[in-house]
Design a protein around this ligand. Sequence first.
Ligand code: SF4
Length: 327
Amino acid sequence: MERGQGEPLVEAIRLSKHFPGGRGLWLGRGPSVRALDEVSLTIHRGETFGLVGESGCGKSTLGRLLLQLDTPTSGEVRYAGRALHTLKRSERQQARRQMQMIFQDPYGSIDPRWTVGQVIAEPLVAHRVGTAEQQRVRVEELLELVGLPASARTRHVHAFSGGQRQRIGIARAIALEPGFVLADEAVSALDLSVQAQVINLLSELRERLQLTTLFIGHGLNVVRHLSDRIGVMYLGRLVEVAPADELFRRPAHPYTRALIAAMPQPDPRRRREFVSPIGELPSPTAPPSGCHFHPRCPAATERCRREVPPLLPIAEQRTVACHFPLN
Ligand code: SF4
């Protein structure tokens, strides 16, 4: 069975998140921000699902809701078929243990005096897994797994380079053998050559540990490299989902096509067949009516301005939210 077709592991069901508007001095509360608008998606066991879109499109909000780091305004998250909000406290803790995150800056919230060993062992300590000696052995195993020497355990995190720190962050995220890992812009801050090394590591670990991963990024090239399927988000909505190769070969949504056309080309003499989206991303506090993409879409019609296009299947494993899909 191909990846992307197995048993559902993580599901978002019509998930929405609205944030209240800020308070002005005279005008009262401003309009709310619809960071996420009825997004449904399924990530299958063993699959790497890539999520792309411009900054502010809601992809990180979706990630945080899936991991229960925030509560949805409406909709639900299911893990292994069970709605997380219906679980008892102990069951929810168990589910939390199964869902881990690789951060872009894993050290923002960590005491700089901690050693690498303490950073990686922290989830084991928090969930009371093993004795101190077993935790030490596990930390050394994990360091080896991410390509660092066991001796790194006793050194301080600040002594390591950006790429090495990301390896430490990955070791920490997989310490509890989670079923699902969310990587949110995990390589965005790294130089290109270091990015490639970390991506290769993630790719190797995916095979070795049979990880199910949601990989969030705005660099389409990076996401393509790792993902079985890719979802494209625009202003809080999912507008297209397709197997990674298919998405690049035959994008069905004008926005996806524009994103691909805007990717840096290895050969600058190669002509682009489509110009990248025109103008700025509209504000999520006042999204355009109907299809949110219509002010930037060269194919927009009156219907697009009026009606929200639902996300509908157009082929096996392919869905698109557009009244006039390409192809
Ligand atoms: Fe463009 Fe209309 Fe499709 Fe929206 S629904 S992407 S405006 S063609």
